[in-house]
Design a protein around this ligand. Structure first.
Ligand code: NOJ
Length: 549
């Protein structure tokens, strides 16, 4: 431990006119999947010291905040989303002192830190669950159906495949919306509420700037736990409120947490945000999670299921903005994360991925980047079964359309919907695996050609994806109002989007062929080489261009 844990480092201050407006409203937030980011001790698994040592990369990239996926004590049945102790760091990832160091170093570099909180379920190794008495009071246990209780209490299915119930050797059943090693907590119990408020305070005291709330739509279940109806779950998930997802009752929990976070600021602390990982059947229902007295942000996953098509993209953008404007919140944008097929592969190639990113970063709101997308990493689609770790793989259910953790729009070309392919450790330098990931190997094998995609290989190459991201994030900081200001669609040829933002026009050509347009202004940044001269410009196929106007 290098510092007193009880005196957190000051969070970065927003400068000038941004002060007091809410740092998160237009923040670019970088998701670190800790296990795969950087390994400091050579065990092949990324860790907190590895993250701390690489923070300068994120500073150079130009992001505002870092979101760390769970690094708490956990048997790792679901990549750490099965927490056994919410106040301890898993030895795989380091110590509490490493977490403290990381937060302090990030703050010193001007980066904020968001941690992941998993309140819908714990690990089955959590002390509440291993004690049979406590377990019955704090988790969802029910007697089985059938003459001898041999059938599950209802027809709910696990997001990872198979029934959402497991029978104990004492004969009753417990609910797990995810893996059997992730029993659902009973949020009707006051002890559960008290415990999570205490966990939030623990991490607030350590200096974090935000909480990403896992399965924020799942904690409350419909009274009586009613059946969905034979076989209907797969069809209904994501398109309507289910007895275990998006129940109105969850909002009371989020209001309590908002009061807790606001209370922290009012007592002289930092402005700490809550981000909902919520899957709601419509943009309007999702917006309910970011009403003024609820969470600050909710992930907007609409891009994840949008095809590369001008009308579809425009529809997603319009509906996302309209829904959040109605409640006075900014929207968020996500193209990739640790649960879905990387967008380079999902959209059908790097050219489209680069263009999609420039479009996302030109929109008002807050943008989430997933580690490695700044390198243009593709999904790894040929991982052998023996190295896979995604519990969904073993329970035989692709993640597509689960309404809780993925909507990958996959289905062919090796895009199997499982999640190890987007979690392959990052290449940092060198020509051979593990490409500077750490002094040992890497927990998932990296492709043989990733040396050319490493941070070192791309740095300084103006045509690289890394330099494109750096350039875009620098412009986003320089152009006032880009993150939170006005936006207007402009007339454009078929297949092309043109959107005017303060000081710039963003054009996107979603078709494969060139399109000629009247020259909009001076070229600021482009995802592909643009021919511009005289009075016209040629937008290459699958490209996005930012113009100064
Ligand atoms: C959503 C997380 O992003 C995912 O990785 C996890 O498997 C589920 N929630 C369950 O915690």
């Amino acid at each position: 431990m290098t510092q007193e844990l009880t005196s957190p480092s000051p969070a970065p201050q927003a400068a000038g006119p941004d002060r007091g407006r809410g740092w998160w409203r237009d923040a670019v937030i970088y998701q670190v999947y800790v296990r795969s980011f950087s390994d400091s001790d050579g065990d092949g698994i990324g860790d907190l010291r590895g993250v701390r040592e690489r923070l300068p990369h994120l500073k150079d990239l130009g992001v505002d905040a870092v979101w760390l996926t769970p690094f708490y004590a956990s048997p790792q049945a679901d990549g750490g989303y099965d927490v056994a102790d919410y106040r301890a760091v898993d030895p795989l990832f380091g110590t509490l002192a490493d977490a403290d160091d990381l937060i302090r170093t990030a703050h010193a570099l001007g980066l904020r830190v968001i941690v992941d909180i998993v309140p819908n379920h714990t690990s089955d190794r959590h002390p509440w669950f291993t004690d049979p008495e406590l377990a019955r009071q704090r988790y969802v246990f029910r007697p089985g159906k059938g003459t001898r209780g041999e059938l599950p209490p209802n027809d709910w299915e696990s997001v990872f495949g198979g029934p959402a119930w497991t029978r104990t050797d004492r004969g009753d059943w417990y609910l797990h919306l995810f893996a059997p090693e992730q029993p659902d907590l009973d949020w009707e119990r006051p002890e559960v509420h008290e415990e999570f408020a205490a966990i939030l305070r623990f991490w607030l005291d350590l200096g974090v700037d935000g909480f990403r709330i896992d399965v924020a739509h799942g904690m409350v279940k419909a009274p009586g736990l009613p059946d969905i109806g034979h076989g209907a779950q797969a069809r209904l998930i994501g398109s309507q409120v289910l007895p275990f997802f998006d129940q109105d009752g969850v909002h009371a929990i989020h209001r309590t947490w908002r009061r807790l976070l606001d209370g922290h600021r009012e007592a002289g602390g930092r402005e700490v945000i809550g981000v909902a990982e919520a899957w709601a059947p419509s943009a309007e229902r999702l917006a309910l999670y970011v009403r003024p007295d609820e969470l600050h942000q909710a992930f907007n996953f609409q891009f994840l299921s949008a095809p590369w098509d001008a009308d579809a993209l425009r529809g997603v953008i319009d509906s996302s903005l309209a829904a959040t404007v109605a409640v006075g919140a900014p929207t968020t944008w996500v193209l990739s994360n640790h649960d879905v097929v990387r967008h380079t592969t999902r959209l059908g190639g790097l050219a489209r991925a680069r263009a999609a990113t420039l479009l996302m970063l030109a929109l008002p709101g807050s943008a989430y980047l997933y580690q490695g997308e700044e390198l243009g990493l593709p999904e790894v689609t040929d991982l052998p079964a023996e190295v896979r770790q995604d519990p969904a793989f073993f329970r035989g259910n692709g993640q597509g359309g689960d309404g809780a953790s993925a909507a990958d729009g996959s289905g062919d070309g090796g895009q199997d919907g499982f999640r190890d392919g987007c979690r392959v450790p990052l290449p940092w330098s060198g020509a051979l695996p593990p490409y500077g990931f750490g002094p040992g190997g890497s927990w998932l094998p990296q492709p043989a050609d990733w040396g050319r995609l490493s941070v070192a290989a791309q740095t300084g190459d103006p045509s690289s994806t890394l330099e494109l991201y750096r350039g875009a994030l620098e412009l986003r900081r320089r152009l006032p109002g880009l993150g939170d200001g006005e936006m207007a669609w402009q007339p454009a040829p078929e297949g092309v989007l043109a959107v005017r933002r303060p000081g710039m026009l963003c054009t996107v050509n979603t078709r494969p062929g060139d399109v000629e347009i009247p020259l909009p202004g001076e070229l600021l940044l482009a995802s592909a080489p643009v021919a511009a001269g005289g009075t016209s410009a040629v937008l290459p196929g699958d490209s996005c261009v930012w113009w100064a106007i």
